[in-house]
Ligand binder design. Structure first.
Ligand code: ADP
Length: 411
C-alpha cells in the first residue's frame, strides 16, 4: 500500500537560529516555512510565511530551541496564521544534521544509536551538531509519538572513493582520528543534480556534473552518475573555494607561520580563517555579502574587484579539476544565494571556456524569467556543456527524504 504523508515538519536548528518548513503531499509541496533568529540573545525574531498568503515577522521571548519550536507550532495552528488545525495533524519530523561522520551514509530514523553517532561528531562540527541534536531532543519531547528522521549534510558524499577522501597525512591519523574529507551541503548537491538531470531530459546515471553551491558557505561537487565522487569542502567546511568569511584552500603552513612568527593563538588563527577571511577579508569593504561586493566593484572599489576575481578564478579551477576527475563534463550547475542570483559571478566563472564547450547566453544569464521546475538553462544553444541555474530548497529535499525513509522508498 502506498503511504500517504501530509504535514512533515522540517527543523534545521543552528546555534542561535532555526529554519523550519511544513510540507504536504509526501514532502513535495510547501505549506508554511520560516526561521527564527537570535535565539537566546534577547531579541529573537520569528519570520513566518504560508504558501497562500501570510508573511509575518514577530519578536518572541525565547531562550531555547524547544521554546522556539513551541512558538513555531503556535503559528502553524493559529486561527489567523495556521495551515493545520492541531499538532496532531503532523505526521513526522525531519532534522537537518550537519555531520554524520563515516557511519551515517543515508537519512535515517532517529534511534539511540543515531543520537550517539550524532554526538560522536560534536568535535568535528562543534557549531552545528550540538544544536542539531538539541532540535531532535526538543521535538522528541514535544511530539513523543512521531517518527523523527535525521538527514545528514555529509551523507551524499559517502560515495567518495578512498583516494579522494584521504589526505596525504600519516595514515594512522585517518585510522585513529578519522581525519579525512567528509564534504558538506550534500542535500543541496544531491537535490540540484537530480533537478538538472530532469530538466536536461537525461538519466542522472549517465551524467557528469560540477554542482556549485555558492552561498555564504560555498562548495563544489563532482557528481558522476548521480554519485558524489569529490567535493571541495573537507574535514571541516573551511576547505575549498573562498566564501563569505572563510578562506578556503590555503597552504597549511600559513597557520604555522602565524603561530610561530607572529604569536597568534590557536583561537586567533581559527577566527582569522573562519570569520575574517573570504570576501570579507579580501574585499576590505566591511561586508561579506556578495551584493555589497558587487555594488562596490561596480563603483570602482579595487578590493571588491580583487575578491570577485579570486573567488571566480577558484570556482573555475575546481570545475576544471572535476571535469578531468570525472573524465567528462555534461553540465555546470549554479545554486545557492550567489549561484542563483549573481549573473556576474556566473559569467566570470564561465568566461574563456568556449574551447571546452562551455559558453553562456548573456541574455538568458541576465534575464529574470524562464525558470521551469526550478531550473533555468543559461547555456548558449548548441554548446555541448549545459550551464544551468537551479534553485535549491534544502528543507523540501529533507522532507522528501523523510518520506522516503518512512515509506521504505530509500535507495
Ligand atoms: P546561506 O549559505 O547562509 O544559506 P545563501 O545561500 O542565502 O546563504 O547565500 C547568501 C549569499 O547570496 C550572500 O553573499 C548574498 O549576498 C548572495 N546573494 C543573494 N542575492 C544576491 C544577488 N541578487 N546578487 C548577488 N548575490 C546575492
Amino acid at each position: 500500500m502506498q503511504l500517504c504523508m501530509d504535514n512533515i515538519l522540517i527543523i534545521n536548528a543552528g546555534s542561535s537560529s532555526i529554519k523550519f518548513g511544513l510540507y504536504r503531499s509526501n514532502g513535495m509541496q510547501s505549506a508554511a516555512s520560516g526561521f527564527a533568529e537570535r535565539i537566546g540573545l534577547g531579541d529573537t525574531t520569528l519570520h513566518y510565511r504560508t504558501e497562500s498568503s501570510h508573511a509575518i515577522s514577530k519578536c518572541i521571548q525565547v531562550e531555547s530551541i524547544q521554546e522556539s519550536i513551541h512558538e513555531i507550532l503556535e503559528l502553524l495552528v493559529g486561527p489567523e496564521t495556521g495551515v493545520i488545525r492541531s499538532a496532531a495533524e503532523i505526521s513526522a519530523v525531519g532534522h537537518r544534521v550537519v555531520h554524520g561522520g563515516e557511519k551515517m551514509k543515508a537519512a535515517t530514523l532517529v534511534t539511540d544509536d543515531v543520537r550517539k553517532a550524532i554526538r560522536s561528531c560534536f568535535e568535528l562540527a562543534p557549531l552545528h551538531n550540538p544544536p542539531n541534536l538539541q532540535g531532535i531532543e526538543a521535538c522528541s519531547e514535544i511530539f513523543p509519538n512521531l517518527p523523527q528522521v535525521a538527514v545528514f549534510d555529509t551523507a551524499f558524499h559517502g560515495t567518495l572513493p578512498e583516494y579522494a577522501y584521504l589526505y596525504a597525512l600519516p595514515y594512522n591519523l585517518y585510522e585513529t582520528e578519522k581525519i579525512r574529507r567528509y564534504g558538506f551541503h550534500g542535500t543541496s548537491h544531491m537535490s540540484v543534480s537530480k533537478k538538472a538531470a530532469k530538466a536536461m531530459g537525461r538519466c542522472l546515471e549517465n551524467l557528469c556534473m560540477a554542482t556549485c553551491h555558492l552561498g555564504n558557505g560555498c562548495s563544489i561537487s563532482a557528481v558522476s552518475g548521480g554519485k558524489s565522487i569529490d567535493t571541495s569542502m573537507g574535514f571541516t567546511p573551511l576547505e575549498g573555494i573562498p566564501m563569505g568569511t572563510r578562506c578556503g584552500d590555503i597552504d597549511p603552513a600559513v597557520s604555522l607561520f602565524l603561530v610561530r612568527q607572529r604569536g597568534y593563538t590557536v583561537e586567533a588563527v581559527d577566527t582569522l580563517l573562519n570569520r575574517q577571511s573570504g570576501f570579507l577579508g579580501l574585499g576590505g569593504i566591511g561586508s561579506s555579502d556578495m551584493r555589497d561586493i558587487e555594488s562596490a566593484m561596480k563603483k570602482g572599489d579595487p578590493g571588491a574587484l580583487r575578491a570577485l576575481q579570486v573567488f571566480t578564478y577558484r570556482v573555475k579551477k575546481y570545475i576544471g579539476a572535476y571535469a578531468f576527475a570525472m573524465g567528462r563534463l555534461d553540465a555546470i550547475v549554479f545554486t545557492g544565494g550567489i549561484g542563483e542570483n549573481s549573473s556576474l559571478v556566473r559569467s566570470l566563472v564561465c568566461q574563456g571556456l568556449e574551447s571546452f564547450g562551455v559558453e553562456i547566453d548573456p541574455v538568458q544569464n541576465c534575464g529574470n524569467g524562464s525558470f521551469e521546475n526550478d531550473v533555468k538553462d543559461i547555456s548558449h544553444p548548441g554548446k555541448p556543456v549545459r550551464v544551468l541555474v537551479v534553485h535549491t530548497d534544502e528543507e523540501m529535499e529533507i522532507a522528501k527524504q523523510v518520506y522516503d525513509v518512512l515509506s521504505g522508498n530509500q535507495c
